[in-house]
Write a protein that binds this ligand. Structure first.
Ligand code: NI
Length: 176
């Protein structure tokens, strides 16, 4: 058994599914979080949601510290089960986003600039996080995944279809 998950890419239907809440963070969920983190670091990426590894429970992992390999910053993983946004700012923020399920495609996405998120942490304890900047975009992007929403869903259909076609073409070329 591999210690990494395979990352699902569009247009797989699992990315459109709504994930189910976990009852509690037990050893199985902790193992899933560990393996999702390893998969995310390997990709590499800064966030990963359960749907992207073909699991439909409400688990996400993030780590913004590894953005630049050259800085060799310490890892600072954030693991969340059942994350929910309990407050968002009226102020909006536009940032370029990408997604491991939509390889090598990037686009500007507008979201609330600040959010407060309630979740269960790695130890199963209730926790809250107030996020701004990149972390805010990242946590909203990952929670979207749990609801079957992708960043390309915020784009015009023209732009979205262009990206979907690019991915399908790339997939075909790798297979043939
Ligand atoms: Ni994503």
């Amino acid at each position: 058994m591999s210690n990494l998950y395979d990352i699902i890419t569009i247009p797989d239907a699992v990315l459109k599914e709504t994930a189910t809440a976990v009852n509690r963070v037990d050893e199985a969920i902790q193992k899933q979080m560990d393996k999702m983190l390893a998969t995310m670091y390997d990709a590499p990426g800064i966030g990963l949601a359960a749907n992207q590894v073909n699991l439909l429970n409400r688990v996400i992992v993030m780590d913004l510290s590894k953005r630049d390999e050259k800085t060799k910053e310490e890892a600072s993983p954030i693991c969340m089960a059942n994350p929910s946004i309990i407050w968002e700012s009226e102020e909006m923020s536009v940032m370029e986003e990408g997604c491991l399920s939509i390889p090598r495609q990037y686009a500007d996405v507008e979201r609330p600039a600040l959010v407060r998120v309630k979740y269960l942490d790695y130890d199963g304890k209730e926790a809250e996080l107030e996020a701004s900047g990149l972390l805010s975009h990242c946590v909203q992007h990952e929670i979207d995944h749990l609801n079957g929403v992708l960043f390309i869903d915020y784009l015009s259909s023209l732009k979205r279809n262009m990206i979907v076609r690019k991915i399908e073409k790339a997939k075909k070329q790798q297979v043939l």
